[in-house]
Design a protein around this ligand. Structure first.
Ligand SMILES: *Cc1c(COP(=O)(O)O)cnc(C)c1O
Length: 820
């Protein structure tokens, strides 16, 4: 057995943590670990030293958590995700371990401001958007609700690109988050696994009945673990985020080098390292390239080998695997794990196929994040077969079982059986990763109530009929530590004064704030804090972009990936229409507004990049038009990431959640804003539906078509041209864009974009425009009645507690994982 159970080996004594001890240790780390004389240390050195001191305390807790899981035979949860959008860790770790005041004091004794050095920490953007941020919130919540869990992913050297603007166009630059090293992580050279690609499968006849398969990969690389501790609230437990790096088996081909081929000598090395080099920047669309499939298999295989090794350290064999291990697949990116687990159990550990398949199905569960048929991952059979020949055989074997089951039930027509198949035979043959994840899992969940219902009716309708108990809902959540306590400390102070501290351990206790929603003095304090958050954002905009914002204007914010279905275009068109009206009716009392945007477009997504350029072009015209009298400003802040969200979310008066109904699976940005006291203007889409139920229909501004109406209109055909012609505001705004009012240097720049609305209006921009514009004027009316505004926004904060990711994780643990 393992040394974990050996009582003769002592543990390090936990340290004291008063400011004096922390200060002394910071000097020690600076001197001996960083090798800097404190007298000449740079801010970055102080940051690293402070992190190392905090990390030691976390490490004490980490070992304790690991020992506890081991001693209690607890079920372990593994969260497999190709993305973790974690952002900065320092503030999170320090507040969760309860050392903020002590560390602040310790650093201050050297004249170092903790807020200044915390802002130097790079923002780890190992994800694109909501899916990756969800994985990060879940990691923190799993530690908070005391579930022994590991996150598994890839340690990308370059995370999501850094966005710059050049003349209003998005320019992508590489993100170098590791430039100063990463003091949070521990490299685990001993936790290394071989990962194969390509080659062939050999058949060995063990006896007349048993055939063994041996995969002989043509290429092999080494996956090595890099661990980051994740601390739960009040340091309840510390879990591990294990990210894989890739190394060659032969770092250098010496024969080639000695023969003078210096570049060829590094071929293996470069090829291996390319696996963990960059995050694919596409969001909600499959990347489709071979390197991506390699990344998916690389991290799936490494994670599963690690999981099986850990299981065998504690248990004699794999018959108990499904009782002791739950593996959650975050979307289909790790779906090849289903075939890899079957391969490892059969080919490597000698189990028979039926037993292995049974274990796999009871161990995996799968979260679906998108319904768009074109967004579901599929791989061409020839590519899959060339890269993973043994897995291809296993996929065929699984498929044969499933199709036989469907045929036996006689419940499915030929077409329905074809829909269930793991292989799409309709064009060039492709492996359907969504179907593989579905059949290989005992639970398949959607991420909001509406999305889950639509899953049953659309993408998985036929699989749902075959396995009617598998689909369930787990509405997404956000961690209230990062998205309230850390990003909005003044509001937290106000809330504690009003209702006490219970909400800090149970977010739903925020309900008690309801009683304060109509109290004038509480409203006044709430408004004062909102204003001070807006002043901070205005300072950021002033210093980064040289644009002055009036903090008494309504801050109307839409921040998220740029996507046609998220409809930043609808927002911009409405802004143009408002601009027209302000100029033609100067006599009216317009509510001053600042419309803020931020978000990245996938580099290959032409229309999304054009929408960014349009926002910037429109901003230039409106912001410089004196006849607007400062009543409307438009600002696109570059390089949206978690750290920017932490500043923008608490500063929002109005939150824009205006996706085409039926297209946003859940959204989590919507939750962050409402929790921080913004009013939402939104469609009945994703989690907005449940937000309306919780905050009350009077406290959210819902507009536009429902998901049912959208699918009906799409099926029956839709005449956007007629709609546009009936709306003077809309036709004027669209004409202004398409005729070059905002792009005098290139009058046809946006013609194609606007033609899309005239010709098919797939995203219902024209169809929803009037409802949206009307809703915006109703928002203005509420704003004008200050007491009513704060009564609603305070109720948003009060009633959003259910959207804590602690609640989501408790539901996963109770209903899917049966853990914790
Ligand atoms: C929360 C968050 C998202 C998700 O936002 P949605 O509005 O739900 O799409 C994306 N990116 C970052 C940086 C976030 O913090």
């Amino acid at each position: 057995m393992d040394r974990l159970s050996n009582e003769k080996i002592p543990s390090a004594a936990p340290r004291e943590s008063n400011a004096g001890v922390l200060a002394q240790e910071i000097i020690e780390r600076l001197t001996y670990r960083i090798g800097k004389d404190p007298k000449v240390a740079k801010p970055h050195d102080w940051l690293t030293a402070a992190i190392l001191v905090v990390r030691d305390r976390i490490t004490d807790k980490w070992m304790e958590s690991t020992r506890k899981a081991y001693a209690t035979d607890a079920k372990r949860v593994y969260y497999l995700s190709l993305e973790f959008l974690i952002g900065r860790l320092m503030r999170d770790a320090v507040t969760n371990i309860g050392l903020m005041d002590e560390l602040r004091e310790a650093l201050a004794s050297f004249g170092v401001d903790i807020d200044v050095i915390a802002a130097l920490e790079p923002d780890a953007a190992l994800g694109n958007g909501g899916l990756g941020r969800l994985a990060a919130c879940f990691m923190e919540s799993m530690a908070t609700v005391d579930i022994p869990a590991y996150g598994y992913g890839i340690r990308y050297v370059h995370g999501l690109f850094r966005q710059q603007m050049a003349d209003g166009w998005q320019v992508e630059l590489p993100e170098t988050w590791l430039a100063h090293g990463n003091p949070w992580e521990f490299e685990r050279r001993e936790s290394s696994y071989e990962i194969g690609f390509g080659g062939s499968v050999e058949t060995v006849n063990v006896d007349e009945e048993v055939t063994r398969y041996v995969w002989k990969p043509a290429e092999r690389v080494i996956a090595t673990a890099c661990d980051t501790p994740v601390v739960g609230w009040r340091a309840k437990r510390v879990n591990t985020l294990r990210l894989w790096t890739a190394h060659p088996i032969d770092p250098i081909l010496l024969d080639a080098f000695n023969a003078g081929d210096h570049i060829g000598a590094l071929r293996e090395s470069n090829k291996a390292e390319s696996l963990a080099r960059v995050l694919y920047p596409a969001d909600a669309t499959p990347a489709g390239q071979e390197l991506r499939l390699r990344q998916e298999f690389f991290f799936s295989s490494a994670s599963l080998q690690d999981i099986l090794r850990r299981h065998l350290q504690q248990y004699p064999d794999f018959t108990s695997l499904a009782d002791k291990v739950a593996i959650q697949l975050n979307d289909t990116h790790p779906a090849v794990s289903v075939a890899e687990l079957v391969r490892l159990l059969t080919d490597v550990h000698g189990m028979d196929f039926e037993a292995a398949w049974d274990i796999a199905r009871h161990t995996f569960s799968y979260t679906n994040h998108t319904l768009l048929p074109e967004a579901l991952e599929t791989w061409p059979v020839p590519l899959f077969e060339r890269l993973l020949p043994r897995h291809m055989q296993i996929v065929y074997a699984i498929n044969a079982k499933i199709l036989l089951e469907a045929r036996k039930q006689k419940s499915h027509s030929d077409q329905e059986v074809r829909n269930i198949s793991l292989i799409d035979e309709s064009g060039d043959r492709r492996v359907r990763m969504g179907n593989l994840a579905f059949v290989g899992s005992h639970s398949i969940n959607g991420v909001s109530a509406l999305h889950t219902e639509l899953m049953k009716e659309t993408v998985f309708a036929d699989l749902h009929r075959l396995y009617p108990t598998r689909i369930n809902n787990k509405t997404n959540g956000i961690t209230p530590r990062r998205w309230l306590m850390q990003c909005n400390p003044d509001l937290v102070t106000l809330i504690r004064g009003a209702i006490g501290d219970e909400f800090m351990d149970n977010t739903e206790a925020l309900q008690a704030l309801d009683a304060f929603a109509d109290k004038p003095d509480f409203q006044e304090q709430f408004a004062r804090i909102k204003r001070s958050n807006k002043v901070k954002l205005a300072q950021l905009v002033q210093s980064r972009m040289g644009i002055r914002l009036d903090p008494s204007a309504m801050f109307d914010i839409q921040i998220k990936r740029i996507h046609e279905y998220k409809r930043q275009l609808l927002n911009i068109v409405e802004a143009i229409s408002l601009y027209d009206q302000i100029r033609s009716h100067p006599e009216l009392d317009w509510v001053p507004r600042v419309k803020l945007f931020a978000g990245k477009a996938a580099p290959s997504y032409h229309n999304a990049k054009l929408i960014i350029k349009l926002a910037n072009d429109v901003a230039k015209v409106i912001n410089n038009d004196p006849s607007v009298r400062g009543l409307l400003k438009i600002v696109f802040i570059p390089n949206y990431n978690v750290s920017l969200a932490e500043i923008m979310v608490p500063a929002a008066d109005l939150s824009e959640q205006i996706s085409t109904a039926g297209m946003e699976a859940s959204g989590t940005g919507n939750m962050k804003f409402a929790l921080n006291g913004a009013l939402t203007i939104g469609t009945l889409d994703g989690a907005n539906v449940e937000m309306r139920d919780w905050v009350g229909a009077d406290n959210i501004k819902i507009f536009g078509m429902t998901a049912d109406e959208v699918s009906k209109v799409r099926a029956e055909g839709h005449n956007p041209r007629a709609i546009i012609e009936q709306s003077r505001e809309l036709s004027q705004a669209l004409f202004a864009i398409s005729s070059g009012v905002f792009s005098p240097d290139d009058r046809n720049r946006f013609t194609g974009l606007i033609d899309g609305i005239y010709n098919h209006d797939w995203f219902m921009v024209a169809a929803d425009f009037d409802a949206y514009a009307t809703a915006q004027r109703e928002v203005d009316a509420i704003w004008t009645d200050t007491a009513s505004w704060y009564s609603k926004t305070i109720r948003n904060t009060a009633r959003m507690g259910w959207f804590s990711s602690d609640r989501t994780i408790r539901q996963y643990a109770g209903e899917i994982w049966r853990a914790g």
